[in-house]
Structures are given as structure tokens and as C-alpha cells.
Design a protein around this ligand. Structure first.
Ligand code: ZN
Length: 281
């Protein structure tokens, strides 16, 4: 067995730590993407700075999670608060990269899975903050899903293509049906793209549970937020930085994209049969 060292405990533990730290570092970059892509700005230049006072972020202020804690969530230049989104995205990405490594070890699968996770985190983050789903994220995501199915020997390209088409197509029909009945657009075209991408990666069999999680999550979130907004609290904590939200915005948009991403991440790790057994309790 030439690959045996990949399963040696010392190797596994070292790489588990490595992938957690890698995830936190990537998470730091995903924060930049979440902030800049909706503004149409480059994600590589210029280096990050405080959007209020322009204070350039020094290397020791850019260590994932740790710097946010040491700065106590404030810019060292102007003391403006730094959103808790930053350490949270870093921790989440670190945790998910670690989980992916545990599940897929060092492999071709792991590479494509990490891309999938990173894209879904950016998509969810941007949808929460700006209520848009950029095609520059979903279309490459679909292409990666198909390429993964094409390259990985145990995966089937036709299965991935049908996942993409059924994922996108189902949601498109729901949107059209909802519009014909209520004359309102309940979800955006971006949601179609997200489910298409998830379908390309996970295949058609996992789409129903993904949609279920997204629907329940989206509706619960909407109901909770309605109560919160009526009391005039937390309103600004979900829409920060340059994009300010209002109660009218929330009324217009039922958050669905982030919950599709959540479903797509859960079903990546959980077998749908296990989920059905759990739900049939
Ligand atoms: Zn500042």
C-alpha cells in the first residue's frame, strides 16, 4: 500500500491542524470577497484597510480570529467596531476545512470539496449582506462540480449534469408557479443558480433534503427577524458596512440563499438516508 502513510495517526493529526489553520486563513480571504465582490472591487488589490479611517491593516492585525480578539473587535486607528462576521467566517471555514479533511483525507475529492465550501460561504455571506447572488461565483461553482464528476473515477458526469439541471429547473418552476399565483417573486434567480451548483456537486438525490432545510430555515429566520425588526433591534447587525438595510428590505426579501448554502453543506457531510431516518423519528 503506497498510500499507507496518509492514514498514519501522526500524519493525520498534523494535517488536521494544518487544514484547520488553512481554513481560518482562507476564511480571512473569504471575508475580503464577501465585502468587496458586491461593491465590484478587486479582491486582490489594494490590501485591506479600515473602510472608515483608511488605517492599513498590519500583518499582526490580520491573524485570523486572534487579531480580532486582541483588538477587541475595534479598528486600532479609529476604534470603529469590526463586525463579528470576520472571526465567525474564519472559525466556520477552519471548522469546515477540518471536517472535509477528516472525511476525504488528502485527495482529489478534498480539493474540489474545499472549493465548494469556500464558494458557498462567500455566496451565503454576500446574500446576507447585499441580497445578491453573483454569477461570478455560481457559474464557476457549477463548472467545478461538473469537472469534479468528470475527473473523479468513482463519480458520474451524467449524474452531476442531472443534479445541475434538476436543481436549477425545480426551483425555477417553483418561482414561476409562485409568481403565477401571487404575482410576487418569492425567490431570486440567484437561488436557482445556487441550487444548480449544489446539484452539480451532490447529485439529484440530495436536492430534496437541501430544499427542505432551506425552506424551514428561511421561514423560521423570516418569522424571527420580523419580531426582532418590529422591536427595532439587531436590524443593523445583519446588514453592516456600506450596505444599510431597512425593514422594507427584509419584507421584500425572504432569505433563502444562505439556507440553501446551509443545506448544501449539511448534505455534503450527511447521507440523505440518515437524514430521512432522523426525520422519521
Ligand atoms: Zn479605522
Amino acid at each position: 500500500m503506497p498510500d499507507l502513510y496518509l492514514y498514519h495517526p501522526v500524519f493525520r493529526q498534523t494535517f488536521a491542524v494544518f487544514f484547520f489553520l488553512l481554513g481560518m486563513t482562507v476564511g480571512s480571504f473569504l471575508n475580503v470577497c464577501i465585502y468587496r465582490i458586491p461593491l465590484g472591487r478587486s479582491i486582490v488589490y489594494p490590501p485591506s484597510g479600515c473602510p472608515l479611517c483608511g488605517h492599513a491593516i498590519r500583518w499582526y492585525e490580520n491573524i485570523p480570529v486572534l487579531s480580532w480578539l486582541l483588538l477587541r473587535g475595534r479598528c486600532s486607528g479609529c476604534k470603529a467596531p469590526i463586525s463579528i462576521q470576520y472571526p465567525m467566517v474564519e472559525l466556520l471555514t477552519g471548522f469546515l476545512f477540518l471536517m472535509a479533511y477528516i472525511e476525504w483525507n488528502i485527495s482529489l475529492d478534498l480539493l474540489f470539496i474545499l472549493i465548494y465550501l469556500a464558494l458557498l460561504i462567500i455566496i451565503a455571506g454576500i446574500d446576507i449582506k447585499a441580497q445578491i447572488v453573483p454569477h461570478v461565483l455560481t457559474i464557476p461553482g457549477m463548472a467545478c462540480g461538473l469537472l469534479y464528476a468528470y475527473l473523479a473515477p468513482e463519480r458520474d458526469l451524467l449524474y452531476a449534469v442531472s443534479g445541475l439541471l434538476i436543481g436549477g429547473g425545480t426551483l425555477l418552476m417553483v418561482i414561476v408557479g409562485f409568481y403565477l399565483v401571487t404575482k410576487k417573486i418569492g425567490m431570486g434567480g440567484g437561488d436557482v443558480m445556487i441550487l444548480g451548483m449544489i446539484g452539480a456537486y451532490l447529485g439529484p438525490a440530495k436536492l430534496a433534503p437541501v430544499l427542505f432545510i432551506a425552506s424551514v430555515g428561511g421561514i423560521l429566520f423570516y418569522l424571527i427577524m420580523r419580531v426582532v425588526f418590529r422591536r427595532g433591534r439587531i436590524a443593523n447587525s445583519i446588514t453592516t458596512d456600506d450596505i444599510k438595510g431597512s425593514e422594507a428590505d427584509l419584507d421584500r426579501v425572504i432569505y433563502f440563499g444562505p439556507f440553501l448554502a446551509l443545506g448544501g453543506i449539511i448534505l455534503l457531510f450527511v447521507d440523505e438516508a440518515a437524514l430521512y431516518r432522523f426525520l422519521s423519528f
